[in-house]
Design a binder for this molecule. Structure first.
Ligand SMILES: Nc1nc2c(ncn2[C@@H]2O[C@H](COP(=O)(O)OP(=O)(O)O)[C@@H](O)[C@H]2O)c(=O)[nH]1
Ligand SMILES: [Mg+2]
Length: 249
């Protein structure tokens, strides 16, 4: 029988713990940490873990200061070229460090980069989980504000992870929880992300890159990209799919 593969793409803002999360999931220090040179490219790793293979892409931070959003967005989109038809997108947020505005910007950017289908495969990962005293404490944390809305969009797929301050046993439990959610969303590897309009998203980002000034505020850049995407997506998608989801929050 073929080995079962889990294909994962890790996304989020710089400093939220993306690379640490990748290392924790793979049980190896493979991805570069914050205190070493940070690459602005996707980094891919494929490893055998017991009876499963894991294919993981660590993507660059989404909001690089003083740059046009589309620059990083195009690089992040490469994740699905490096790892085609992934099973899940792990959206990494850091406990206590996230504003409602940044949470929405992150989700908006993901939909602009990959299309609304991304949310069907999204799992929210909250790092720095040592600050939660109990599961109830964690639940209280995400039943608030925009995070609550995003969790609803992800059909309740939210997990916590402590990459540093916890015992190996506790860490393993959290990793098992994450993989269980991955297997559920992928229906044991049978259901993966696809978007036949990805080229349209890419074209929109390329146009944005050459036409928009980096000094434009993030929210304005996002609104411009949404508008352009609506105009460019095939009629059906532009009118119903993307339009509804983006404006519906
Ligand atoms: N205490 C704690 N620190 C973390 C955790 N995850 C990451 N960090 C630290 O946060 C910083 C940024 O992490 P990194 O994985 O490089 O973030 P990235 O920029 O999203 O890839 C590093 O100093 C990590 O050691 C966590 O779960 N708990
Ligand atoms: Mg990193």
């Amino acid at each position: 029988m073929d080995r079962y593969i889990r294909k994962l793409i890790v996304v989020g803002e710089n400093g939220n713990g993306k690379s640490s999360t990748c290392n924790t999931l793979l049980e190896k220090e493979i991805f570069v940490g914050a205190n070493r040179a940070r690459t602005a490219r996707c980094e891919t790793c494929f490893i055998h873990m017991g009876s499963v293979n894991v294919w993981l892409v660590d993507s660059p931070g989404m909001f690089e200061p003083n740059s046009v959003l589309a620059e990083r967005a195009l690089e992040i989109q490469n994740a699905v070229t490096e790892c085609k038809e992934p099973h899940a997108f792990l959206i990494v947020f850091k406990a206590d460090a996230q504003t409602d505005e940044r949470i929405m910007q992150t989700v908006d950017m993901l939909r602009l980069i990959f299309g609304q289908q991304v949310m069907k495969h999204a799992i929210i990962v909250i790092t720095n989980a040592a600050r939660f005293r109990s599961d109830a404490d964690f639940q209280k944390f995400y039943q608030n504000g925009k995070l609550k809305e995003i969790v609803k969009m992800c059909k309740g797929r939210i997990v916590k992870l402590e990459n540093i301050r916890c015992s190996p046993e506790r860490k393993k439990d959290m990793v098992d929880d994450i993989f269980a959610v991955v297997d559920k969303v992928s229906r044991m590897g049978k259901h993966c992300f696809r978007n036949s309009d990805l080229d349209c998203h890419k074209q929109m980002l390329e146009q944005h890159l050459v036409q928009v000034d980096a000094s434009k505020p993030i929210n304005e850049q996002i609104e411009l990209m949404k508008k352009r995407l609506r105009e460019q997506l095939p009629l059906q998608q532009g009118e119903s799919g993307y339009y509804d989801v983006v404006d519906g929050h």
